[in-house]
Design a binder for this molecule. Structure first.
Ligand SMILES: C[S@@+](CC[C@H](N)C(=O)[O-])C[C@H]1O[C@@H](n2cnc3c(N)ncnc32)[C@H](O)[C@@H]1O
Length: 221
């Protein structure tokens, strides 16, 4: 998925993935991670998701990473916030209170930047990437998160032959193949999404969502 694809989606306002409220499955399952308030949570491919504000309201420090400058600016404008702006080799950092949104490429992050991310929240992120990029995503971004890091990952599952992504279908077998070498992976919930649900993906014959709890193994595990 070329960066231009996403830049054009934002420029054209084609952001059907954006939700007007925080993700209910985040609100339902986040507490199972038992991440203390004050810990920093990475939100990759963040968009202008209200999940970032929800995580900050739980007492977390949030690091969102998003390619589109429009998305980043809209997030702060829509929350009536006036962020401080700083440039680094990762991109442009917008900071307000406990929320930092980095306008940059998630594949350009390194372990130094992520060293204090004790949590990660992945919604409409891994499923936004085609197969080869998902492998790179797991093996580069997730591999740089520190030992003990805990996360919640929400995926979609549907017959991939029904349509092209994004969003892509990411079956449990793939989640386990990508992450289990370095992460404990627990399926917390799988449920069907009904056709009349606003989150239903057009052109698919059936649709499930799955929620995983992740825990990065200690290097000696
Ligand atoms: C499907 S949207 C989901 C946004 C958000 N997670 C949500 O739930 O609303 C995927 C987002 O990832 C961003 N994105 C795609 N590739 C990226 C990359 N390499 N680095 C940072 N952001 C990226 C896109 O601009 C888009 O806003």
């Amino acid at each position: 998925m070329h960066p231009d694809f996403w830049q054009q989606r934002w420029a054209a306002g084609q952001i059907g993935f954006h939700q007007a409220t925080p993700t209910p499955l985040l609100q339902k399952h986040w507490s199972t991670l038992q991440l203390p308030a004050g810990t920093r949570v990475l939100v990759p491919l963040a968009g202008k998701s209200l999940d970032m504000a929800w995580l900050a309201a739980q007492g977390h420090r949030v690091l969102g990473v998003e390619l589109s400058k429009l998305a980043v600016e809209q997030f702060f404008a829509e929350h009536g916030l006036h962020p401080q702006i700083e440039h680094s080799h990762y991109g442009v950092h917008y900071r307000s209170g406990d929320i930092e949104l980095l306008n940059g490429d998630v594949f350009g992050l390194d372990a130094a930047l992520l060293s204090d991310c004790a949590g990660v929240f992945d919604r409409a992120a891994i499923i936004a990437l085609p197969p080869a990029m998902r492998e790179r995503y797991a093996h580069t971004l997730y591999a740089k998160l520190p030992a003990g890091c805990r996360g919640l990952m929400i995926t979609l599952e549907y017959p991939q032959e029904d349509r092209d992504g994004p969003p892509f279908s990411v079956p449990e077998s793939e989640v386990r193949a990508l992450f289990q070498p370095q992460w404990e992976v627990e399926l917390l919930e799988r449920r069907p999404i009904p056709q009349d649900h606003p989150g239903y993906v057009g052109g698919v014959s059936r649709l499930d969502t799955a929620v995983y709890g992740l825990r990065r193994r200690q290097s000696q595990d």
